[in-house]
Design a protein around this ligand. Sequence first.
Ligand code: ACO
Length: 465
Amino acid sequence: MAKNVGILAIDIYFPPACVQQVALESYDGASKGKYTIGLGQDCMAFCTEVEDVISMSLTVITSLLEKYKIDPKQIGRLEVGSETVIDKSKSIKTFLMQIFEKCGNTDIEGVDSTNACYGGTAALFNCVNWVESSSWDGRYGLVVCTDSAVYAEGPARPTGGAGAIALLVGPDAPITFESKFRGSHMTHAYDFYKPNLASEYPVVDGKLSQTCYLMALDSCYKYLCSKYEKSEGKQFSISDADYFLFHSPYNKLVQKSFARLLYNDFLRNASSVDEAAKEKLGPFSTLSSDDSYQSRDLEKVSQQAAKPLYDAKVQPTTLIPKQIGNTYTASLYSALASLINSKHTELAGKRVILFSYGSGLTATMFSLKLNEGQKPFSLSNISSVMNVEAKLKSRTEFPPEKFVEVLKLNEHRYGAKDFVTSKDISLLAPGTYYLTEVDSMYRRFYAQKDGEKTNCENGSVTNGY
Ligand code: ACO
């Protein structure tokens, strides 16, 4: 039986095209500071007409296999999390099989998981469960979370983003699951959904989605705490974990969510929070649960009370989500990538709590334990492979007018057939995949910038990204 199953390796890809939130704010006529301070976002990545969720996944998988020298034949399960529907039957996973087929590996289980931003977590749990199961054949699992988050014109538009993350799963990992500490909350809600199959844009009740998110957070935290208490014989509180990672549609919601956990700790056991926080939260101790979700005062005061802990336990996880925006299924894992990027030398022995939320709704809070690991599967190597700062720096900023123009073109192209793209790949790094054509049968064709030669024996891909 495989031991210490978890995430062995990570790579991240996001499009080189981005728009600054400060510029978008002014273009949209929003008040100054609304997107940057109000929503807490810095910048937003977006796919131009040559990129989509399939090309981003092809790019990130190829990159991961190359950088960790994994032979494509060593992959036994491939799971995709995405809510960006390109085909109602054919999975994204089947497009990705092109990488493996040409190395003679078609023996790969797994398909796509879809439920808003939760699909990546479902895919990850599937892979971990497979490696831990009696059907495991000794090979690696591979998870790809890929989404292009775009909204119709309006208040939700600045909460978009785009990106893909690949997670290699196997035994003896530097990032392992503490599977007994896990709580889920799943109910029926119409907070964010995509009933119009002719459009990429969701229908979204923004305020309801915020409340649903916070209610799911409370419920998952309650279940996780009670499982921890049963297993460890003592209460769980924020002080029992080193970092907290959240699904991050926009940073303000992350700030509110962490503050909400502190409020939960205070209600359950006031002595678990410090004196200053206790004093601040005191007046809210008798608030009904329903009222607590609507209380602006509680929101403000709890964020103030949580600020020092937020700076220590959450802030190091926020770089990528603030810079590329909401990547839906990849969002939570871009927070994990941010943490490894900023703290990889100090993470051995640390516990990380993650909160995954998908509208509609499905949510799970779970616990990971970190150790330095052995090269190439070490935290420091993961950090250098991801190369986050360089990737962020090498992006091209577009003015909001251009961003809006790209979204308009993509609106027309969504679900369309019989077109070729401009094939303008000047922004793309070598090794990046791009969409070239959708033919009269809706078949999609991709190419890789600067070609690619896969060496299936040792898994190295020359000229790779
Ligand atoms: N300076 C500083 N802050 C400002 C300014 C300003 N000039 N103007 C407004 N703000 C603040 C507001 O006070 C508010 O902060 P607060 O909540 O701490 O008070 C924040 O900016 C946002 O302003 P709102 O008026 O609440 O924003 P609006 O209602 O226009 O839109 C929303 C925000 C609802 C999040 C919208 O962007 C949306 O619908 N997004 C998509 C839904 C979403 O992401 N939901 C999250 C979970 S589901 C998922 O992941 C998809």
